[in-house]
Design a protein around this ligand. Sequence first.
Ligand SMILES: [Cu+2]
Length: 154
Amino acid sequence: MEATIFAVLVAAAMQSTYATTYIVGDSIGWIRPADSEFYYDWAYNKTFFVHDVLLFKFITGEDDVAEVTETVYDTCTTNDRIHHYEKSPVSITLKDPKDYYFLCTFSDHCAGGQKLHVQVLNSTANTDILGSVSTLVPTLYLVLFISIFLLLLF
Ligand SMILES: [Cu+2]
């Protein structure tokens, strides 16, 4: 029994080391924002790595998600899509270390700022200070879990 709990805790700790799920716009979700810079600001202080997940939450039929090229993102040419997702919620795993561009294809939503650009970094290349800190925190959790486990055992 303890071994099972331990395995689950370790799996949870390992998971947090390798992937983060971001709810796009946090509590605001994915809508035409009041402030056209809203999604730019939302992404600005975040560092995205390969395997992270973007979760777009919106009302199906009122908004949607299209993955597009940089040019389309800049110009809001909303009929030119790489991928198109219409049913909320939309979960997108950032599989490649590259720039991803998303927008909403409904009327003037993109022009109003309902668009998102994220730069995704290779998770094995996060050797900078920020990367070291973000992998250190889950490791501390893992050490904590192991300590609790050993306390329960003996
Ligand atoms: Cu929209």
